[in-house]
Ligand binder design. Structure first.
Ligand SMILES: *Cc1c(COP(=O)(O)O)cnc(C)c1O
Length: 522
């Protein structure tokens, strides 16, 4: 082969990458039907056992596969953890506790002849991340509740992304900004002022917060049903409201959330209730706090339905969803559109009997909690250990000797395998203005250029490395390590055909073979 056959490398690269950025086309391919074996779960487990290891990636085609390989590499370098595991005894204990709470919820639901079981919110405040992880893994629990902003933010950063966090503590409106940065913050249950609602709404409007969300933020208005001084929450609605009367705070706040906060979704009311009420009621199910919350919901929904000015605005309103705006976020047809978050460890049965849709259980799920320094240090140590523990130290890329490996048999003109030169061209070209024909250019370009800059920097730092970085003229036969990948040898032949490559790979924690489909991982 002469070098001249390799000249249109940029054109080749452009065509491949142009193709791969046609996301519409990518999305139209229904992949799951074509997957024969999916071992991604065990792969993910394997990745989590790495400890500051080297990972090798054998690159496949240029274009989409090359970009995917670089993205995968950057993702691997960013991985931290896993967080320390709870001891076997502790994990067993937590599993038993949560399972026993779940059967209590089921029994209480049956006893109340309710249609559906309330959701269990596992209140994990002051417990270390390892406890939450044990409950997450052993029982499949995904809804966790926290009381302190900083603690929630720190835990969310180190625990799995599919946890749905509920904030249930006292919230100052200046902390709303911080809370809204957590993409999997599912609900704020302690909303009790317009200022707080506006603060959350404003923070969610920021592109960097919004773009990472998959749902609106659900909110519950906290009601101070016991009327105790110093307890958060708006007053209960004890009687029906009629047009012309002054609007009670609960009604005002609900209307503000519904009409003025399109990124929030009012989901219901929440009460903590007085300890004394809960003690006095015992198992009799006559808890005045829970009765009052249920009554407030009825009066609130009746008022929303009968307020004609509000109804007129409601018909014009639009709400945010990740898929675009909708005009039907609320129907207000029945009071059960809103939930009742009530019931804690000590009074859960009474709450379920009175219509709770969400019980918030701390002590019975996790045991006693301690707010002393020692407990704080355990939490901090786990969180620090996580952020200081990279799984992957460096990524080594293996390129091909020649660009035609597979395709030569079918069409000698489609040279697509990634050679060293392709990697260099990709990094250069992706960083340039005007690389994409204007109608194909991602808009704006700067994130793509930023990405190319980051990758170049990682190569400079040596955290990305090419196994053989020589840009050899095409057709040069070498003893280069990359030669093995260029010919259709079986892995079984590696000890004989490429002993030095084998020795190299034995230094690696994990080897990915990126080749269209399937991706093979050694
Ligand atoms: C702590 C807390 C709970 C959980 O209380 P337990 O008695 O431990 O079950 C529930 N709701 C709120 C608002 C809390 O602060």
């Amino acid at each position: 082969m002469t070098k001249s056959m390799y000249v249109p490398e940029v054109a080749r690269y452009s065509a491949a990458i142009k193709h791969s950025f046609d996301l519409k086309q990518l999305k139209s391919v229904e992949c799951s039907d074509h997957i024969i074996a999916d071992d991604s779960t065990s792969l993910w487990r394997k990745v989590q056992t790495l400890q500051n290891d080297r990972v090798d990636i054998v690159l496949g085609n240029t274009g989409f596969e090359l970009v995917a390989g670089l993205l995968l590499a950057e993702f691997l370098l960013a991985l931290r953890g896993p967080i320390p595991f709870a001891s076997q005894e502790r994990a067993d204990e937590l599993q038993k506790r949560v399972q026993s709470v779940r059967s209590r919820v089921t029994n209480a639901t049956k006893a109340a002849h309710a249609n559906s079981e309330p959701r269990l919110l596992a209140v994990s405040k002051l417990h270390p991340p390892s406890d939450l992880m044990a409950v997450y893994e052993r029982t499949g629990q995904r809804h966790f509740g926290e009381n302190y902003v900083q603690e929630l933010v720190e835990k969310a950063a180190v625990l799995p992304d599919d946890i749905q966090w509920h904030f249930i503590g006292g919230l100052q409106s200046n902390k709303a900004k911080v809370l809204a940065t957590v993409p999997n913050l599912y609900a704020v249950q302690s909303l009790d002022s317009e200022k707080l609602a506006t603060g959350l709404e404003k923070a969610l409007c920021k592109a960097e917060n919004l773009s990472r969300r998959t749902e609106p933020l659900y909110v519950y208005v906290q009601v101070n049903t016991s009327g105790e001084e110093g307890k958060s929450g708006v007053p209960s609605m004890k009687s029906p409201w009629s047009m012309g009367e002054e609007k009670p705070l609960l009604l005002q706040l609900a209307q503000k959330i519904i009409l003025g906060c399109p990124h929030l979704r009012l989901r219901g009311l929440m009460t903590i209730g007085a300890l004394a009420n809960s003690r006095a009621a015992g198992n009799t199910h006559e808890n005045p706090d829970f009765e009052s919350l249920s009554q407030s919901r009825k009066h609130l929904v009746d008022a929303l339905r009968s307020d004609s000015a509000f109804q007129a605005d409601l018909r014009q309103a639009r709400w945010w969803t990740p898929a675009g705006e909708v005009s039907d976020a609320y129907s207000l047809e029945s009071e059960t559109e809103f939930g009742l978050s009530m019931g804690m460890s000590a009074d859960m049965e009474a709450a379920v009997a009175l219509g709770s849709t969400e019980v918030r259980i701390g002590s019975d799920c996790f045991g006693r909690r301690s707010s002393n320094n020692e407990a704080g240090e355990v939490r901090a140590a786990e969180i620090n250990a996580f952020s200081e523990r990279p799984l992957v130290r460096e990524v080594v890329f293996h390129t091909k000797d020649m660009p035609w490996f597979v395709n030569v048999c079918m069409n000698p003109l489609t040279f697509q395998e990634a050679c060293t030169k392709d990697v260099c061209i990709a990094l250069e070209k992706l960083g340039e203005d005007g690389f994409f024909p204007s109608e194909q250019a991602p808009s704006p370009m700067s994130p793509v250029q930023e990405m190319a800059r980051r990758w170049k920097y990682l190569f400079e730092q040596g955290r990305f490395r090419l196994q053989d970085s020589r840009e050899l003229p095409l057709g040069t036969t070498t003893d280069a390590l990359e030669e093995f990948w260029t010919w259709p040898d079986s892995y079984g032949a590696m000890p004989l055909r490429a002993p030095s490559l084998l020795a190299e790979l034995q230094k690696s924690g994990l080897v990915f073979f990126l080749e269209g489909s399937p991706t093979t991982v050694l």
